[in-house]
Design a protein around this ligand. Structure first.
Ligand SMILES: Cc1cc2nc3c(=O)[nH]c(=O)nc-3n(C[C@H](O)[C@H](O)[C@H](O)COP(=O)(O)O)c2cc1C
Length: 310
């Protein structure tokens, strides 16, 4: 096994998380088995987030569940997962092989369910939980919670009271004002915020005259959403003190540096793994490290939020 690239310049700690480098696997892309997570770590990731897991097993939507757009992917997979009781075993096994923080993404249909799944994930070995309150294509969970300030606060507070590990809240861009939702999550106790999940979108097949995805609508990811995600991170950093992980369309080191300058303490990468390969993490880390060295910075922390004028 090759050792992932890591220099002191790339180390970063925030919100109770300690990372050897500021890149992480985004939830949902290759993230159920310990083996696939390990391959991502070998590709250079400083942390991994699992695919979202719920209280009980759930089958996803029928195919097609993913369609290629011009600058990204539109997916409506439907949160298929084996349920936390079965997945707990995989979390336990993953903890024995992974050398980076293991963040388990959880979802539920009520605050109690989020808390229950989070508690079981932590008991199984999760180093942190990320609350998926932002999936745009499953009803009564995901963004239906993240778009409702009262529900969002209730979910975050209940999970915080149930686990002793960092609670990361993954925000939806499909809201009028993401800063308001970031404030709600922070006030309810979020240790870290992730911005953003996918942007609600669709595609139509002109031959059949029908929507391509079986679920009709899905979430857009990849380079098309990078400027939206960047703006969200910038806005949140201006108004909320809670550390932010940037996510959305990051494919190279320049994208990552933009996110740090906007205010992200780390970045998550998803679609770029499909566009490139696992080594995208190493490539980004090398580029960020060379940028820091060239500009005379001793740590990535020194450039977090640097684009803000005051
Ligand atoms: C195929 C696919 C599945 C995803 N599944 C999840 C998921 O289970 N939970 C979640 O919080 N986000 C999920 N996402 C969203 C990603 O974690 C990420 O927020 C989004 O894709 C933007 O980042 P990217 O442009 O780097 O992919 C999924 C994205 C894709 C493309």
């Amino acid at each position: 096994m090759k050792t992932p690239l890591s220099t002191n310049r790339l180390n970063i700690s925030f919100g109770g998380l300690k990372l050897k480098n500021p890149t992480a696997l985004a939830s949902g892309i290759l993230g159920y088995s310990a083996e696939s997570l390990q391959r991502i770590v070998e590709g250079g990731a400083g942390a991994v987030v699992t695919k979202s897991v719920g209280a009980t097993p759930r089958t996803g939507y029928a195919n097609p569940t993913v369609v290629q757009a011009k600058c990204g992917l539109i997916n409506a997979i439907g949160l298929p997962n084996p349920g936390i009781d079965e997945y707990a075993e995989e979390i336990g096994y993953a903890k024995t092989v992974l050398t980076v923080p293991l963040i388990v993404s959880v979802f539920g249909y009520s605050a109690d369910e989020y808390a229950l799944v989070a508690k079981k994930a932590v008991k199984a070995g999760a180093d942190a939980v990320e609350l998926n309150v932002s999936c745009p294509h499953v009803t009564q969970t995901g963004s239906e919670i993240g778009q409702n300030p009262k529900l969002l606060a209730e979910v975050v507070a209940k999970v915080k009271a149930s686990v002793q590990k960092p609670v990361i809240v993954k925000l939806s861009p499909n809201v009028t004002d993401i800063v308001e939702m970031a404030k709600v999550a922070a006030k309810a106790g979020a240790d870290v915020l992730t911005a953003i999940n996918t942007v609600k979108a669709m595609a139509i097949n002109v031959e059949t005259a029908l929507p391509v995805l079986s679920n009709v609508k899905g979430g857009l990811s990849g380079p098309a959403i990078k400027p939206i995600a960047l703006r969200c991170v910038y806005d949140i950093y201006e108004k909320v003190k809670t550390p932010v992980i940037g996510c959305g369309g990051i494919t190279d080191w320049r994208d990552a540096v933009e996110f740090f300058l906007a205010g992200a303490s780390a970045v998550q990468i998803g679609t770029a793994i499909a566009l490139k390969n696992y080594s995208v993490f190493k490539d980004i880390n090398r580029g960020v490290d060379a940028y820091l060295k060239k500009k005379g910075f001793g740590s990535v922390k020194e450039i977090v939020g640097l684009s803000h004028l005051s």
